[in-house]
Design a protein around this ligand. Structure first.
Ligand code: NAD
Length: 482
């Protein structure tokens, strides 16, 4: 049927072997617009078998040939950028302008970045001074699993499969069942660009079914996972007794820390973008805004003024800056979190509920007003648990020490952004914050070579640059007595 999302196994696009389907819902309308293959253990068996069969040939490809094929896949992304951006907006509810400016260009960039890494990745050697030399081989693992979430669908899917392929592995990848369309489209070009059958296999379906079967499979040597912290915990528990390599990129509850000597306008506009970009559904979103008490009221009022004027619209309209949240279930979760904030005594400064659009097409859509809340301290659930929607809180602090205490007062440790003109304080505060990444006077500026990942409940391991290439390879030391 039109809009069917099929598996890619051994170079063939096919329905799930069990013949079952899931519904694909458009978040802006609430309507079903396609079907998704609902894969299970048998599909995982077939995909892993295909990967194992393809591995000897694929690992023997020269780095230059792997580079070339990844560039050709990136070319397809570039040629089909408009189709991919529209598909992402329809599947996810994000504004098509955002998908066109961020998601799809970044997917292309991921493929090109790791195409280069295929050739540039190098390993170490250690000489012992007595004529003995050690050199370290970096061998691909075999078949690896890549599991990605719905918030940045093709962006995070390519962020995983590109280094896995560049380093010579065969891949079984599973995009989120909530937003599978762009990964499916990417798979339709695999053969045309020259990827041998079985090198890239893409399975669709539910996490606890097909995702779990990937994690459980004896011949899947590593799992690179991005998603929620509780799913990460379940995957860890299943993978640990099998001694799989694991990379876990999980949730966040990130602080935006605003000191009174900051560039006020830059801090304000970036704090708003950091809280509400992609409807607040980015793991790096700054959902806790900490502002020094000397400028708190001015900052809060300016923020409320701007946020309450943000317009929600049809994701498919190129003018829209804020679209739908990803699903009915997610909308209800976000609304429940706002109700919790009210119950905890929080003051809703703006937003606080569903948005009901006027357009007939959008009547059944999943829209939430951008919401700012104050009056809750760091012990409240609202300031401790990830909401992952267009909801942010404001808290004030008096000095650097208190700012650090608040910034670190969650179980997560993904990222933070710090706003000050005092260079010494900027570096001091950055090093005092227990997160994997800190931005100073900016947010979400990304150099793909840098280590990306979190501490504590935000994950284990780092992606980016050679970190991903190391994750997807096994070091083998060879010691030579000359
Ligand atoms: P999720 O954990 O529900 O799902 C992520 C993926 O895991 C999906 O493909 C899902 O099908 C699969 N999955 C679910 N249960 C599974 C299981 N038992 N075994 C194997 N696979 C399983 O997350 P989500 O709701 O799709 O995404 C939102 C979460 O992702 C948020 O918590 C967000 O912070 C996090 N996230 C983190 C990063 C990061 O880089 N740290 C980036 C984006 C999103």
């Amino acid at each position: 049927m039109e809009n069917d999302v099929l598996n890619l196994i051994n170079g063939t696009l096919q329905p799930a072997l069990g013949g079952e389907w899931l519904e694909n819902v458009e978040p802006a309308t609430g309507a079903v617009y396609g079907r998704i293959a609902r894969s299970g253990v048998d599909d995982v068996e077939a995909a892993v078998a295909a990967g194992r069969a393809a591995f000897p040939e694929w690992r023997a490809w020269s780095p230059a040939d792997r580079r070339a094929v990844l560039h050709r896949l990136a070319d397809k992304v570039a040629e089909n950028a408009a189709l991919l951006a529209e598909s992402e907006a329809r599947d996810n509810g994000k504004p098509v302008s955002l998908a066109a400016a961020v998601d799809i260009p970044r997917a292309e960039q991921n493929l090109r970045f790791y195409a280069s890494a295929a050739e540039q990745f190098a390993s170490e050697s250690h000489t012992m001074g007595d004529g003995t030399v050690n050199y370290t081989l970096r061998k691909p693992l075999g078949v690896v699993g890549c599991i990605s979430p719905w918030n940045l669908p093709l962006y995070l899917f390519t962020w995983k499969i590109a280094p896995a392929l560049a380093s010579g592995n065969c891949v079984v990848a599973k995009p989120s069942e909530v937003t599978p369309m762009t990964a499916y489209l990417l798979g339709t070009w695999a053969k045309e660009v020259g990827l041998p059958d079985g090198v890239l296999n893409i399975l669709h379906g539910l996490g606890p079914e097909v995702g779990q079967a990937m994690v459980d499979h004896h011949h899947v040597r590593a799992i690179s996972f991005t998603g929620g912290s509780s799913t990460g915990a379940a995957i860890s528990a299943a993978a640990a007794p099998k001694f799989k390599k694991l990379s876990l990129e999980l949730g966040g509850k990130n602080a935006t820390v605003v000191f009174d000597d900051c560039d006020f306008d830059a801090a304000l506009s970036t704090a708003i973008r950091a809280a509400f970009a992609n409807q607040g559904q980015i793991c790096l979103c700054g959902s806790r805004i900490l502002v020094q008490d000397t400028i708190y009221e001015r900052f809060r009022d300016a923020m409320v003024n701007k946020v309450s004027r943000m317009r929600i619209g049809d994701p498919m309209d190129p003018e829209t800056k804020m679209g739908a949240v990803v699903s009915r279930a997610h909308r209800d979760k976000v609304l429940a979190a706002i109700a919790t904030a009210r119950g905890e005594g929080g003051t809703i400064l703006c937003g606080g509920g569903r948005h009901q659009p006027r357009e007939p097409r959008l009547q059944g859509g999943f829209f939430v007003q951008p919401t700012l809340i104050e009056g809750l301290d760091h012990t409240c659930v609202t300031n401790r648990e990830e909401i992952f929607g267009p909801v942010a809180t404001l808290q004030s602090f008096s000095d650097e020490r208190e700012a650090l205490g608040l910034a670190n007062a969650t179980k997560y440790g993904l990222s933070a952004s710090v706003w000050t003109r005092d260079l010494q304080r900027a570096h001091r505060v950055a090093s005092g914050i227990d997160t994997g990444m800190v931005w100073i006077n900016c947010w979400l500026v990304r150099d793909l070579r840098t280590p990306f990942g979190g501490t504590r409940q935000s994950g284990v391991g780092r992606e980016g640059g050679y970190n991903s290439m190391r994750f997807f390879t096994e070091p083998q030391n060879v010691c030579v007595k000359l």
